[in-house]
Design a protein around this ligand. Structure first.
Ligand code: NAD
Length: 263
């Protein structure tokens, strides 16, 4: 899965899954553009350059059309194309029953998780279609596959990512471009710890992480590196017949919800 002479654009790349994937693409030989609204992505890109990789950072809010066009133009101007696109930036919103969810946060979750993915597809795909090749991975979630009580807006947004992925994959497949959805289960980044903290505060409990882990057959969260392995696979030529799919990295959580009757 070497990416020599390939260009990878990664959104949400200053932290968590996006950062790990950016490092993974770079270490496999790709030129990488880290995109994030968090300016700390500049230091992450600099660290990759210090390792000898070709890495840039572009500060952008994925919900703003002009800023999305800006990161696409930066990659194309710097390196002539985009071969791999990890359309990944996302936010979790609030952990609350639906009656206590607020409209402003609902709009924010939809803006980042759905409109951000939509705008990324809208502006990156023309580059790939001109090339006649490319691979996109949109970050959904296991919350795209089943309901998640307490995070209904997030769950709805991730179901929407699957709708975008499936529809768009059928539009571009004959032109050499593949589009897949990644469905991580709980993974050890800031986001899962935010969900734990919010759920703990709501229920007055401090054992949320243990309960979340107990519901996973593997008994633990995935690591960012385990998710990156799937992203790199889906973006590689090894996955040449794979498009329009959704790929779980969830320790068996959606296969056996609730863990095991044996424990
Ligand atoms: N960690 C998990 O357990 C888990 C599980 C399933 C899916 N996911 C999904 O994985 C993706 C990455 O999440 P993570 O776990 O790495 O969380 P994270 O919070 O560590 O990283 C998310 C990144 O997205 C960036 N971002 C947020 N809004 C943005 C915007 N409008 N424009 C540009 N950048 C923006 C943040 O600054 C941050 O760097 C998200 O789409 C998330 O929903 C995470």
């Amino acid at each position: 899965m070497r990416f020599t002479n390939k260009v990878a654009v990664i959104t949400g790349a200053a932290n968590g899954l996006g950062l790990d994937a950016a490092q993974g693409f770079a270490r496999e030989g790709a030129k990488v553009l880290l995109v994030d609204r968090d300016p700390s992505g500049e230091a992450q890109a600099a660290a990759l350059r210090a390792e000898g990789h070709d890495a840039r950072f572009r500060q952008a809010d994925v919900t703003r059309d002009a800023e999305v066009r800006g990161y696409v133009t930066e990659a194309v101007d710097a390196w002539g194309g985009i071969h791999c696109f990890f359309n990944n930036a996302g936010i979790e919103g609030y952990v609350r029953p639906i009656v206590d969810q607020d409209e402003e946060m609902f709009d924010a979750v939809m803006a980042v998780n759905v409109k951000g993915v939509f705008l990324g597809l809208k502006h990156v795909l023309p580059v790939m279609l001109r090339q006649g090749s490319g691979a996109v991975v949109n970050t959904a979630s296991t919350a795209a596959l089943v309901g998640s009580a307490g995070i209904a807006p997030y769950t709805a947004s991730k179901h929407a990512v699957l709708g975008l992925t499936r529809s768009v994959s059928g539009e571009v497949a004959r032109q050499g471009v593949r589009v897949n959805a990644l469905c991580p289960g709980p993974t050890d980044t800031r986001m899962i710890h935010s969900l734990e903290d919010q759920a703990g505060a709501l229920g007055g409990s401090n054992d949320v992480a243990e309960r979340y882990k107990a519901a996973i057959p593997l008994g633990r969260y995935a690591t960012p590196g385990e998710v990156t392995a799937m992203v790199l696979f889906l973006c590689s030529d090894v996955a040449s017949a794979i498009t329009g799919g959704q790929f779980q990295v969830d320790g068996g959580r959606t296969a056996c919800p609730g863990g095991s009757a044996l424990r």
